[in-house]
Design a protein around this ligand. Structure first.
Ligand code: PLP
Length: 430
C-alpha cells in the first residue's frame, strides 16, 4: 500500500507530529494513516485478502531477508500475521495512548487472554484487583490455574492488601481496571507502579472504561494498557475488538504470539473500528458531560439511594480521578431505593436506553448487574460478591443530555410509592 512517491511526505508529517504532539481528536482522525493510499482513496482501504503474493523468487528472498535480519516489515505475507487495514488502526491506537506500538485482537477477551498466556509461565503468580470484568477474573482463576499460574484477588483501592499479596520472586504481574466495573473505582497508578517497581512486577491496566481520551496509563509508567475496542473506541455497538498498547519491546512478543494463537482482527472489522475511532474525541466529550449531569441529577433524587461516579465528590476515588483523568467517563452506577423488582420496573419504564450489556456506543444502555452477570446467584450470594439487587449500570450514549435526564426522571416518577415502602420494610426486617 505504500506509495513510494509520497513516502517522503508521510515521513515529514510523522516527523512534524513527533515534534508537536497533537490533541486526541486530531490524532483520532489522522494518526497512523498514510496520507496517500491506494487509488488515492481518502479512507483506509479494506484489504480483504487471506494471503499476499510475491512477484518472483527474488522478491520473496528480499522479503525474507528483511523479515529475518531486518527491522520491521513493510508488507504482509499471510493473513494470520496481519493485514494492512489492521496495521493502520494499530498505528492510530498507539498514537492515542502515546504508545510506541499497539496490537489488535478479535475481542477484548482475546487481548486479555493472549497477554497473560504470552507473558506468564507456570509457577508464576498474578495479583489482580476485584471489581473487574467477570471473564478476566474467570480466566485467571480457572484457565491459568490449570497451567500452574496462581492468582490473588485484592480489593481495588487497598494498596496494603495489594502489596501483602505479592510473593517476592514469584509474582510477575499486577493487573487492574481503572475505572472498574461496576463501581468505577479509580486506582492510584503512582502507587501501583511504585509497588510493581519494588517487586519487579509488570503492570497492566484495563482502561476500557476510561478510553485514551480520559486516561493514558502508559504516561504514569504502566507497562501494558488494554482496551476492549468493542466499547468506546469503535463506539457503535457493531463489532468486537481488543487492543493492547505499550513499548515496541513489550508489544513485539505479543504480535509474534498472535501469529500463533490466530486471534487477530479481520480487515473488515478493522475498517469499522478505524471509522469509529475518528469520532472518539467528540463522542467521549459528550458522554463525559452527560454522565456527570446524570450522576448529579441522580444523587439529588429522593428515590435513589446511592450514586457511584468518579466525577462526584462523594466517590471514594474522586481525588485520584481528578488528578489522573481528564474526564470521568460515560458510565454511572447507582442504587434505586427499592428491591430487585422495583429496580426492574424502573428500568422497564426508561424509554431511551436499551436494556443490554456493554457500554461505550452511541446508544445509551442500561442494565441491572444482578440479572445480567449474576443471574444464577441468590440475593445473599450476590451481596457476598458485592452486587446489590437494586444496582443499575447506566452507560450513556450520545443522545441529548436533557432528553436522557428527562427520561430517567419520568421513569423514577413511575415507581409507585407503596413499592418503596415495601422495600424499606424488607430492609429493616433483614
Ligand atoms: C467488555 C470488556 C472486556 C471484554 O471485551 P470484549 O471485547 O467483550 O471481549 C474486558 N474488559 C472490560 C473492562 C470490558 O468492559
Amino acid at each position: 500500500m505504500t506509495n513510494n512517491n509520497h513516502a517522503h511526505i508521510d515521513r515529514a508529517i510523522e516527523e512534524a507530529t513527533r515534534r508537536r504532539p497533537q490533541g486526541h481528536s486530531t490524532r483520532a482522525v489522522h494518526a497512523g494513516a498514510q496520507r496517500h493510499k491506494a487509488y488515492s482513496s481518502l479512507t483506509t482501504p479494506i484489504v480483504q485478502s487471506a494471503t499476499f503474493t510475491f512477484q518472483d523468487t527474488q522478491d520473496l528472498c528480499d522479503f525474507m531477508d528483511r523479515k529475518v535480519w531486518g527491522d520491521g516489515l513493510d508488507r504482509e505475507e499471510y493473513g494470520r500475521y496481519g493485514n494492512p487495514t489492521m496495521w493502520a488502526v494499530e498505528d492510530r491506537l498507539a498514537a492515542l495512548d502515546n504508545a510506541e506500538d499497539a496490537v489488535l485482537y478479535s475481542s477484548g477477551m482475546a487481548a486479555v487472554t493472549s497477554l497473560l498466556l504470552t507473558v506468564l509461565k507456570s509457577g508464576q503468580h498474578i495479583v489482580m484487583t476485584n471489581d473487574c470484568y467477570r471473564r478476566t477474573r474467570q480466566f485467571c482463576l480457572t484457565f491459568l490455574g490449570k497451567f500452574g499460574i496462581e492468582t490473588s484477588v485484592v480489593p481495588a483501592g487497598d494498596y496494603d492488601a495489594l502489596e501483602a499479596a505479592i510473593i517476592p520472586g514469584k509474582t510477575r504481574f499486577i493487573i487492574s481496571e481503572s475505572p472498574t466495573n461496576p463501581y468505577l473505582r479509580v486506582v492510584d497508578l503512582n502507587r501501583i507502579v511504585a509497588i510493581a517497581k519494588q517487586y519487579k512486577c509488570l503492570t497492566m491496566i484495563d482502561a476500557t472504561f476510561a478510553t485514551p481520551v480520559n486516561l493514558r496509563p502508559l504516561e504514569w509508567g504502566i507497562d501494558f494498557v488494554l482496551h476492549s475496542a468493542t466499547k468506546y473506541l469503535s463506539g457503535h455497538n457493531d463489532l468486537l475488538a481488543g487492543v493492547i498498547t505499550g513499548s515496541k519491546d513489550r508489544i513485539k512478543p505479543l504480535k509474534d504470539a498472535r501469529g500463533v494463537l490466530g486471534n487477530l482482527l479481520d480487515p473488515h472489522a478493522a475498517y469499522l473500528l478505524e471509522r469509529g475511532i475518528k469520532t472518539l474525541g467528540v463522542r467521549v466529550a459528550q458522554q463525559n458531560q452527560t454522565a456527570l449531569a446524570v450522576a448529579q441529577f441522580l444523587e439529588a433524587h429522593p428515590k435513589i439511594d446511592r450514586v457511584y461516579y468518579p466525577g462526584l465528590a462523594s466517590h471514594p476515588d474522586h481525588e485520584i480521578a481528578a488528578k489522573q483523568m481528564t474526564g470521568f467517563g460515560g458510565v454511572v452506577s447507582f442504587e434505586v431505593r427499592g428491591d430487585l423488582k422495583t429496580t426492574g420496573d424502573f428500568i422497564d419504564a426508561c424509554r431511551i436506553p436499551f436494556i443490554a450489556p456493554s457500554l461505550g456506543g452511541v446508544e445509551s444502555l442500561i442494565e441491572q448487574p444482578a440479572l445480567v452477570s449474576f443471574y444464577e446467584l441468590t440475593t445473599a450470594e450476590r451481596l457476598k460478591v458485592g452486587i446489590k439487587d437494586n444496582l443499575v449500570r447506566f452507560a450513556v450514549g450520545i443522545e441529548d443530555t436533557n432528553d436522557i435526564i428527562a427520561d430517567l426522571d419520568q421513569a423514577l416518577a413511575s415507581i409507585p410509592e407503596w413499592e418503596l415502602e415495601v422495600a424499606w420494610e424488607e430492609r429493616f426486617r433483614s
